[in-house]
Structures are given as structure tokens and as C-alpha cells.
Design a protein around this ligand. Structure first.
Ligand SMILES: *[C@@H]1O[C@H](CO)[C@@H](O)[C@H](O)[C@H]1NC(C)=O
Length: 315
């Protein structure tokens, strides 16, 4: 599982071999994002890889300590990347710079993409089963990573986030109040054009998307949920109206909407729920198929089959 190079680094840390801060040069990282990598004691062969960008005022270690993903990795065998924002004013992510919003241009998204590429090289991880989820600033970064690095991810799940590109602004890690407060709206065609501009020339399949939002969110207005649906329904060609609506799923007051018939987009609108939206681990595990073992598990290969092959170079 672990390459020799990585193993050499692990040996002195016998008591905490599973959670490692990666301080080696892991590739282009112009904004100096740092990260911890969690490798369970018994990783699955060709394991899935989960990226978990934290919320504002959080860190990779906070996410490791306060969210269930590492404990669940012990059970299911996937690896977890926990990046930390370098922006010390509020520890939010850079969701605004044109660098972060452009493939391989720079910003925090490039640092995180480099972590993924490095982990794929150093560990026995399935490059077709890389996933990203997070809440708030982490949900926004989930959207950005899916937009700027569509070739790296099989799926993303964003809680209380905003559409990729909504935070665009003048500088790195700018807080975009217009977006957060729900004053940035576009047509599906406009969102799609801005998404395509994030990864020029990309013709491969788009990662599938799962969204969660509380309709009483006082920090990231629920308008952003509906804008995310506009964006991803256009990108995934699912149609903008749900094919199926299920009330009280996964809990009372939450409405699940499924777009299209291929399972590429689903959203959960939570009545009365604020920005402090509860985790829905079972739903995310199901969507990513993190509990699946074998060749038929959901992966980018599935996406290629569902979205009609792959014409570009980077797919
Ligand atoms: C990242 O770190 C390098 C080396 O310490 C430094 O030169 C550079 O200015 C840093 N970049 C940012 C955006 O802080």
C-alpha cells in the first residue's frame, strides 16, 4: 500500500502512523496550502480517496477531529486528505481569485489538486474514485474543485455552499458578501459558460454532484442552493426540473430532489435548517459508494459510460 518513500517518513511516528502532516514538496502550491493525510490501518486495495476542505475558522486538524470521516475510513478503507487554508485572517478558502477559478493556474485549488496528484502517485489509490465534500467554505471549495479540476474527481457533495465561480472577486480568499447573501444570480447558460471557462478545453465527463442546504441559512443564503442546481443541472445535462421529489428524506422536513435519470445530480433542501446544517454521512457514503468493494463500484469509468465517452486530452 505505502510506497517506500512514504514508509520512510512513517516509521518514527509509530504511535500515530495513520495521520501524517505531509511536509514534503508535493507539487505546485503557490498559496502554501498545507495538509494532513489520513491512511487507515487497513486501507482497501486501490482505495478511494476523499478530500475534506474545512469550514472558515477551521483547519485540517479540526476537520479530522470533529467530523466522522477518519473514523469511517477505519471501517471502509479509504484515505482522507485534510487541507488547511493558508489565509490567517479567517481561515476561509480562496474561492475568489482567477487563479483558483482556473485549471492549473494557481490559488488554493491548485495546492489541493497537487495533494490529490501526489497521493495518487505515492499510495495505492484508485484515480477514478476521488471524491470531495465539505460544509460552508468547504462546500464552496467543493464546487470550485469540481469546476477547476473536473478530470480529478468522480463526485462532490457540497453542504451550505455556493456555485463554482460565485465568489469570483478581486484577489485571493476575498469574502464575497453579494454571493453569500444571495445577490449573485445567473441563468443556467451563464453559469455553464463560466464553468467551462474554469477548465478550458476540457471535454471529459463532469463529476456528479450532491447538494445540501438549509432554507433558513443566515450566512450562505439558500438562493445559492438554487443557483448551484442551475449550474450543475446544466453541466450534467439533467434538465433543470427534478425528475423525482421525495419529502422527509433523509429526515423530517428535508426534501430530496433527483435530477435526470442517471443519478448525476441530487439536492436536499432542509426546511428550517440554518447554516449549522447537520452532517448526512449515510447519504454521502451512498452517493460516493464509499462502502463499495470491487470493479462495479461507482467511479469516473461510470461517469464516462453515462456521459458518452471522452473526447478531450485531460479525461
Ligand atoms: C509561500 O511560501 C513561500 C516560501 O516560504 C513564499 O516565498 C511565498 O511568498 C508564499 N506565498 C504566499 C502566497 O504566501
Amino acid at each position: 500500500m505505502v510506497s517506500l518513500r512514504s514508509l520512510a517518513g512513517l516509521v518514527p511516528l509509530a504511535y500515530a502512523a495513520s495521520l501524517q502532516e505531509i511536509t514534503t514538496d508535493f507539487g505546485p502550491n503557490p498559496t502554501n496550502v498545507t495538509f494532513y493525510l489520513y491512511v487507515p490501518d487497513a486501507p482497501a486495495a486501490h482505495a478511494p480517496l476523499l478530500v475534506y476542505p474545512h469550514w472558515c475558522h477551521g483547519s485540517g486538524l479540526d476537520a479530522y477531529n470533529n467530523k466522522p470521516w477518519a473514523r469511517l475510513a477505519d471501517e471502509l478503507g479509504y484515505l482522507v486528505i485534510y487541507p488547511s487554508s493558508p489565509w490567517t485572517a479567517d481561515h476561509c478558502w480562496d474561492l475568489s481569485s482567477s487563479d483558483t477559478l482556473t485549471h492549473d493556474a494557481g490559488g488554493d485549488s491548485l495546492g489541493i489538486a497537487s495533494m490529490v496528484r501526489w497521493t495518487l502517485r505515492e499510495y495505492d489509490v484508485d484515480p477514478d474514485r476521488v471524491f470531495v465534500t465539505g460544509v460552508s467554505s468547504g462546500g464552496m471549495m467543493t464546487n470550485v474543485l469540481l469546476g477547476s479540476y473536473p478530470e480529478l474527481f468522480a463526485a462532490g457533495s457540497a453542504f451550505a455552499g455556493v456555485p463554482a465561480g460565485c465568489y469570483a472577486g478581486d484577489g485571493y480568499a476575498v469574502w464575497n458578501a453579494d454571493c453569500a447573501e444571495g445577490r449573485v444570480t445567473h441563468t443556467s447558460a451563464e453559469w455553464l459558460a463560466s464553468l467551462k471557462a474554469m477548465s478550458p478545453g476540457y471535454n471529459g465527463p463532469r463529476p456528479k454532484v450532491q447538494l445540501f442546504h438549509g432554507d433558513a441559512d443566515e450566512i450562505v443564503n439558500v438562493v445559492n442552493y438554487h443557483e448551484e442546481i442551475k449550474l450543475w443541472s446544466a453541466a450534467l445535462k439533467t434538465g433543470s426540473e427534478p425528475k423525482k421529489v421525495t419529502e422527509d428524506t433523509p429526515q423530517a422536513g428535508w426534501t430530496k430532489s433527483t435530477y435526470g435519470s442517471k443519478g448525476l445530480l441530487e439536492g436536499f433542501l432542509a426546511a428550517g435548517v440554518t447554516h449549522n446544517i447537520p452532517d448526512q454521512v449515510d447519504e454521502v457514503v451512498r452517493f460516493f459508494e464509499l462502502d463499495c468493494v470491487g470493479k462495479s463500484c461507482f467511479s469516473r469509468k461510470t461517469l464516462k459510460a453515462l456521459q458518452g465517452g471522452c473526447k478531450g486530452k485531460r479525461c
